[in-house]
Structure formats: structure tokens, C-alpha cells
Design a protein around this ligand. Sequence first.
Ligand code: AHR
Length: 504
Amino acid sequence: MFAAGANGFCQEVNSHPKASVVLDQGAGEEVISRHIYGHFSEHLGHCIYGGYWVGYDSEIPNTNGIRNDVVEALRKIHIPNLRWPGGCFADEYHWMDGIGTERPKMVNTHWGGVTEDNSFGTHEFMDLCEQLGTEPVICGNVGSGTVKEMSQWVEYLNFDGISPMADLRRTHGREDAWGVKYWGVGNENWGCGGNMTAEFYADQYRRYATFCRNYGENRLFKIAGGANSEDYHWTEILMQNIPHRMMNGLSLHYYTTNWSNQGSATEFGEERYFDVLRRCLQVEKAIDRHMEIMDKHDPEKHVALVFDEWGTWYAVEPGTNPGFLFQQNTMRDALVAGLTLNYLNARCDRVKMANIAQTINVLQALIFTEGDRMLLTPTYHIYDLYKVHHDATLIPLTLESPEYSFGDESLPAISASASMDSSGRIHISLVNIDPTTPIQVSMALQDVQGRKVTGMVLTSPEINSHNTFEDPNRVVPVEFTGAKIKRGELEVTVPSKSVVVLEI
Ligand code: AHR
């Protein structure tokens, strides 16, 4: 028996492997912070320059030098926060060089050795956040900066009275304090941020955090620079040596990559496809271990896990500057995003913020720009579909999935996440990583009352399908018609290599 599925693919309904999901709405008490859907933009390649910033005199439509097309695209996905200025760049950035009319130049030693002219600085970033309607997340310089410099940056942004920094801000045209809440205290201080030991960094953190002051009503949310990938010692020492009242969040960076052979973003077969998805699920296991350490030291979960750099990292596109980290983005990346966001939703009791790297033209980007043109990637579309989970209540679920096997290894083919928004609508995101086989998912709805189901699906003809400026709609979401509710059960045929988001 055959039925027309999403995108007009024909799917054999009865012979598909079967998965089952049980939703437990009654148990829902955790809120999925919208900040899990956060972003990261560094002074790296064409993320800031050319990505957001084109300058006041550009012919590309802009508001105060910031591209209008990009602002519109990011507003559409309700971008909840934006982490800036790095990354490794943050620990050699001196914010005072980026204010006023006289802006000294510097060398961006991490990223291509290019000259940074500091034309995009604090005021431009805050204007960008205002245009986007998003929360700024500012990462201070611990590696090559000083406690005084970071403390003054907080005062410059947040103090409303008379003070040296507030007065300086006024001379540069801004009367009112912005009141920035989220502050990273350094970045990757085990590596590009100073090659410190965990013990040394923990002490430095205590000094820096002490002098990042609360002004007025604003309470800072201070994020300690966390571990690299599977460095559990780093998490252990920071949780042990930093008083929890001084640290609201502890970060973690873990990219989905094979460092010894990163491979192409677009030229790959099933072996590489499987390998990337396997690594993505390995990242989840590592995060679980970091959280076990956090639970041991902080069972009441006062300290949030902030997963502030994640995503795929491949070899750069041929002919591009190796320091600019420019890579294409395929259906495979969309699946990585879907899997990771489903996982982070499930851990929302501890994970309160996450930032995919990086928003525009760098690594697992949502947006590409080329001159006056802008292109949305498959990863962008995942963020668009998943915005229904922002600040919604997590509905716990149990899932039994068939395996997707390659060679002698296998992975669960299906991943799922469900939430209820403030108007009582239920949303379910389903990912099928099997590249050729649709999966029949049966979902016992338990207490869920809905009778009507609608949905969208993102899938593609090939595992490496992607959008280009010439063919921008190769991988875009379309309406999904493969779900129905019958006697309290939701039946969904999830196409191969697809992400489906349903609303009940
Ligand atoms: O996102 C690119 C780089 O990856 C960041 O600058 C750094 O923090 C990480 O190593």
C-alpha cells in the first residue's frame, strides 16, 4: 500500500520500520529556555564584516550600517540571544579600541591574520541587538585583558549614574545604560584564551567575576569559561573551586568534527554521513557526563550548563581563506541541528543557554551573504521550525526507535522532542536520520487532548543537498501531510533524512 508523503515522495505505509513514542504530558514541569536557541557571532571571516556589517555608506540596504535582509531573517526565527565578540577573538579584543571616532587597528591573529579596523564595536553591536530584538551575550577578555578593563566594560554598558565610564558612553552618544545581563568571563581559557590550567582559571574567574558589578536593578548572569569536549577534569575543578554564588553558568564547547580529517561539507558519501551523525550523538553522551559532574557538586542545579559553541566543523570550501572557516551547509547539517536541539530540550533542567557556531558565513551557518545577496541554509530552516519550542513546557517522552545501521555500527534512527506552548498547543519535532528508509512513528498521546494535527517537513533528494545562490530553494520546509490522529494515537510517516515538526 502506498501513500503520497511530504514533497510528493511515495512511501510504502505498512512495511516501514516502526518507532513508538509515549508522551507524558502530566509530568511536564520544566521550561525549555528560548536561550537554548541562541547564536554566536565572532569577528571571524565574513561573519561580522559582510555578514551583518556593511557600513554606513554601503549600497546594500542597511540601517546604521547593519544589513536589513539579515536582520529581517533573524527576527523571523526570534533569535533569542547573540554571543559576541568571540570565540578566540574575545581574548585579544580590547573594547575601548571599538568606541568613538578614533579606532586603532589590530591584527586578528586567530582568524586569517587580517587587519581588524574596529569599525564594528560596542555601540554597533548593541544597535544590532536592538534591531534584532535579541539579548546580548558579551564575552570579556581574560586571556590578554585585565580585571579593570572588563569591569569598566560592564560599567560602560550598565551604569546609569555619573561615573567615568557612563560619562564616556554619553560622549559617544548614548545616554541610557543598556543593562546587559549575560557576560562570559573569557573563552576557551584552556586554549586560545590563555592556555591556563583549570585550577589557575578558576582563581582568575573569581577575580574577574568579583569586579563585574551589578548596577541598578540589573543582575548579571556570569558564565565561567568551560571545558573543551571531553575534558571532564576542567568541569570538575571549576565546579569545586568556584563558589556557586559567583557563577550563574558554566560553559562547554564541543564541535561535531573529526579533527584529524574534517572532510568536505558537501562531497561525501554514506560513510561520512554516518560518521558525522555518530559523532553528533557522541557529543550528547559527553554533555551527559559533564552534567553528572555538575549534579554531584550542585544537585539543586543553581549553575546552568551553557553550551555556547557547538555545530559541525568541516574543511573550508576550496579556494577560500583557511582562516575564515567558510563551509557549505547540507541536509546532514540540518539533521545535526535537529538532533542536538531535541537533546538540549530534553536536558532543559540544566541547559539554559546554547549557541550554535556561527550565525553567518562561518562554520554551521544559518545565513550566507555574497555582496547584496543573502541565502538561507538548511540549518536556518531548522531554527525556524523549532522556534515553537521557545519557552514552552517540555513534555517528557519515552521513545523506542529502530536502528539505522551502516557497516557493523548502528544508531537510533529517530529522535523526538515535545513541548506545550502558553496557548496549550503541543509541538513535536521528529528527526529521522536513516538516509533511505521512512519510519512509521506511533505516538500514544496519553493526556493530550488534540484532534487535529498539522506539520512541516524539511527533507531533500540527497544527503548532501544544499542551497546555493543559484538554487536557493533546494532544501526548504514544506507542508507535511503524513500525520493523522486516530483513537488517541498519532501516526506519522517520517520520511528518510528528514525533520518533521507537528502541531496538535
Ligand atoms: O568558532 C570558532 C572557534 O572555535 C572559536 O573562536 C573558538 O572559541 C573555538 O575554538
